[in-house]
Design a binder for this molecule. Structure first.
Ligand SMILES: [Zn+2]
Length: 487
């Protein structure tokens, strides 16, 4: 763990990183402070602060978030795709720490996470037979943790959805072949390994000639064979070619997996009540993003919402009873590696987390979710309806569902109450999921501000609550919950 006693070189990264907040930001910050001054003088610094007034200050600050365009530009346009363990991933860690400092959090530190780092090199696929198809470029991308391959004459076979009957029907042809498949999952991958396939070419679902990045669905790294995404159009073209006659291909894929370290970036806004000094409200999002695009929707929206909420809290001039801890997790896209490590490292302190809110791919806020925790319905309903958030028109009904597969998962499995802001993404968002189209122009900063406001209001409500409205679940209760959720 790198804390306040971090080596000077690390601290230099915090203060003098390339993405340090600009002077413009500081002048705006002073302006914002001035705007809030009349409101603040009414109830700061003495406690208790009327809950509605405090929420109003925090919400107004989140809806303003004057530093948001500069933060977004730095994260999405300057850094862009930021797979953990790559140079862009490292730049994003410095960006996060620099902005946490700039937003006024009290303590900013890194926690080291050891992961297998995966680096993508060049990817080149070319049909050699039939010769008439040689000129056509193929848009493809290796899946995370795929190994490299250099092979000059690989037969392409269409295995459809990769089920055992289809594979068996293809007989010996599947051995040594590149399997063109609609589905990639652990079963299909295992079947391909057993049958001696050379590679897997998964046809991307969404149109647009954009291969979709994702991590290879395999428990170990590197993956047992080169698995790639090909764009929908190129995949369907290969399918038509294989239906017409033998298709032979050249595959040249550079990729490397090696041990490495990445960083969870943590910032704290300290609580004011010594009697609950150990308790924290944890606000998290994954910082990493696939390298094909700029990680705007996934997860620039979550990161920026968390940072705007953190800025609203730290810029409010108020202190809740408990500490609000902001964590930008590493390597979510590579298998929730940062959040798993966080929960493992802090296993003994999970009971002190009054709630964990994870924001991953967020749009316009619609309401709150509290997976498996109906005991806080009244609190969230009141928060949704009350004056400070009224303009967001949140519904008062709290969602109790929720899937796995993001950084709340390890926390939920440890019994921590996990909550979220339920949001709606633009209808075309799935088209840009994990592909080159996930860029700044796809997101709406006002939606980020609104989600940040809802998140900051919940953070304030739970961090400043006289009690703990959300229960920590026992292992038995957690087992029942994940069964009910169908995880
Ligand atoms: Zn995500």
């Amino acid at each position: 763990m790198i804390g306040n006693d971090a080596p000077a070189t690390t601290l230099n990264r915090l203060y003098r990183g390339p993405h340090r907040p600009s002077c413009l930001f500081w002048s705006r910050r002073i302006l914002v402070a001035a705007l809030f001054l009349p409101a603040l003088t009414g109830f700061a610094p003495q406690r208790p602060v009327p809950a509605d007034s405090a929420t109003a200050v925090v919400v107004a600050r989140a809806l303003e978030s004057p530093e948001l365009p500069a933060m977004a530009s730095g994260l999405l346009d300057t850094i862009g795709g930021r797979l953990s363990g790559t140079p862009a991933g490292t730049r994003a860690e410095a960006w996060a720490a620099g902005w946490m400092r700039g937003l006024g959090l009290d303590t900013v530190y890194y926690e080291v996470v050891r992961i297998p780092v995966w680096r993508r090199g060049t990817t080149h696929l070319q049909v050699v037979t039939p010769a008439t198809a040689r000129h056509r470029p193929i848009a493809a991308a290796a899946l995370g943790y795929a190994p490299a391959i250099v092979a000059d004459s690989v037969l392409v076979v269409d295995v459809g959805r990769g089920d055992s009957a289809r594979v068996a029907a293809l007989g010996d042809r599947v051995k040594g072949a590149a399997w063109l498949t609609d589905v990639i999952n652990p079963d299909v991958l295992a079947r391909a390994v057993r049958a001696g396939a050379a590679a897997l070419l998964r046809i991307t679902l969404e149109p647009g000639r954009l291969p979709q990045a994702r991590v290879a669905p395999w428990p170990d790294v590197p993956a047992p064979l080169p698995a790639l995404s090909v764009s929908r159009e190129d995949g369907l073209w290969l399918r038509r070619l294989t239906a017409a006659g033998p298709v032979v291909m050249t595959l040249r894929v550079e990729a490397e997996t090696r041990p490495g370290t990445v960083l969870n970036v943590v910032g704290e806004w300290e609580g004011s009540d010594p009697s609950v000094a150990d308790q924290v409200f944890l606000l998290g999002a994954h910082l990493d993003a696939w390298d094909l695009g700029d990680g705007a929707i996934d997860n620039g929206t979550g990161v920026l919402s968390v940072m705007a909420a953190a800025g609203a809290l730290a810029g409010s001039g108020l202190r809740p009873r408990r500490t609000v801890r902001v964590v930008l997790f590493a390597a979510e896209e590579l298998g929730l590696r940062g959040s798993r490590e966080y929960v493992k490292t802090h296993a003994g302190a999970m009971g002190d987390v009054v709630a964990m809110m994870n924001l991953d791919m967020v749009g316009d806020p619609e309401g709150y979710g509290a997976t498996g925790h109906p005991e806080a319905d009244t609190l969230f309903a009141r928060l949704a309806r009350d004056t400070p958030l009224r303009d967001l028109a949140l519904h008062a009904e709290v969602n109790h569902g929720g899937g796995p597969g993001s950084d709340h998962q390890p926390f939920l499995l440890a019994g921590v109450p996990t909550i979220y802001v339920q949001t709606s993404l633009p209808p075309d968002a799935p088209r840009w999921y994990h592909n080159a189209g996930d860029t700044f122009d796809k997101i709406d900063l006002d939606a980020v501000r609104a989600t940040a406001a809802a998140a900051a209001a919940a953070a304030w409500a739970l961090a400043d609550h006289p009690g703990r409205p959300l229960r920590t679940l026992s292992p038995e209760e957690t087992a029942q919950l994940i069964q009910r959720l169908g995880w």
